[in-house]
Design a protein around this ligand. Structure first.
Ligand code: PAF
Length: 289
């Protein structure tokens, strides 16, 4: 199928509506562009599991709490389109900001408790912006399935909760994180790292793995897990924004590790913020503090 690039909401609706009426399933991979192999996995799944795969590419201004971050976010539309074409996507939807937000919005989607910790705590308004644009995209595309990366575990939880709470008829599919050979999770922000920062970046995943190993060995005290893991990140070049052991469902820090958890962290390397997370569960029978 030839890739179509559409930037108007009306044209996208006109294109998709007859397909949907003919019984074709539509899969949506929402992205902000600067596509890499992690997005590639979302797009591949959307292509494999649906009759028509739509990739949205839109750097959403209302989810950036820092205007400087919005400005420097990488934009690579030409190569992104080529990437989508190679993977067999049918449509790239790449609207302008004016198309998505023709006037100052008065309506926002707020997912409350799930956003109190982790990124939600340090990026005020971020998840409100994400939930709002994702609901808009779901309304515009009306896909059967939409694909999100597990690297952004809190975002995935927020979107899942939003569609449940608001009865949006879509299946939200979580797709495993793709990593470089040294463990660094793929992210569009990685290209903003200097070579020296890039060399240190894999320490984030190493620290998370260390935490996972502690938990598997039976350490139930999150403070002890954190102490052990944070030695890995104890470098003058690294600023740890948060490092938390959270309940998988609520995304709130746990006081004692009893059920499966997620260990999630955000660090700053110079001017670049990186996030990552791992799932962990107690394996040993005899838990220790
Ligand atoms: O994960 C992203 O790239 C963005 O947060 C998303 C889901 C496309 C919404 O703008």
């Amino acid at each position: 199928m030839e890739l179509r690039v559409i930037d108007s909401i009306a044209e996208l609706r006109q294109t998709l509506s007859p397909l949907r009426q003919a019984g074709a399933s539509i899969g949506l991979a929402p992205t902000m562009g600067a596509l890499h192999a992690g997005h590639g996995r979302l797009i591949e799944r959307a292509v494999q599991e649906n009759d028509c795969a739509v990739v949205s590419i839109f750097v959403n201004p209302i989810q950036f709490n820092d205007p400087g971050d919005f400005k420097k976010y990488p934009r690579t539309l030409e190569s992104d389109m080529e990437f989508c074409r190679k993977l067999g996507a049918a449509i790239v939807f790449s609207p302008t900001t004016e198309e998505m937000y023709p006037q100052t919005s008065q309506t926002f989607v707020e997912v409350s408790s799930l956003t109190e910790h982790l990124c939600g705590k340090f990026r005020p308004g971020h998840f409100r912006g994400v939930a709002t644009v994702v609901l808009k995209l779901l309304e515009i595309v009306q896909p059967a399935r939409a694909y999100f990366g597990e690297k952004d575990a809190q975002q995935l939880a927020v979107v899942q909760r939003m569609v449940r709470d608001l009865n949006v008829p879509v299946e939200i599919v979580g797709v495993p994180t793709v990593r470089e050979s040294d463990g660094l999770a793929l992210s569009s922000r990685n290209q903003l790292l200097t070579p020296a920062e890039r060399a240190l970046a894999p320490l984030l995943y190493q620290a998370l793995q260390e935490a996972g190993r502690c938990i598997e060995k039976g350490v139930v005290d999150p403070a002890r897990v954190k102490r052990a893991a944070l030695t890995t990140l104890d470098r003058p070049e690294i600023r740890v924004e948060y490092f938390e052991v959270v309940d998988t469902d609520s995304m709130h820090p746990v006081e004692r590790i009893e059920r499966p958890v997620r260990v999630a962290a955000a660090i700053w390397l110079g001017a670049t913020r990186l996030i990552d997370n791992v799932a962990a569960r107690l394996r040993s029978r005899t838990a220790s503090n």
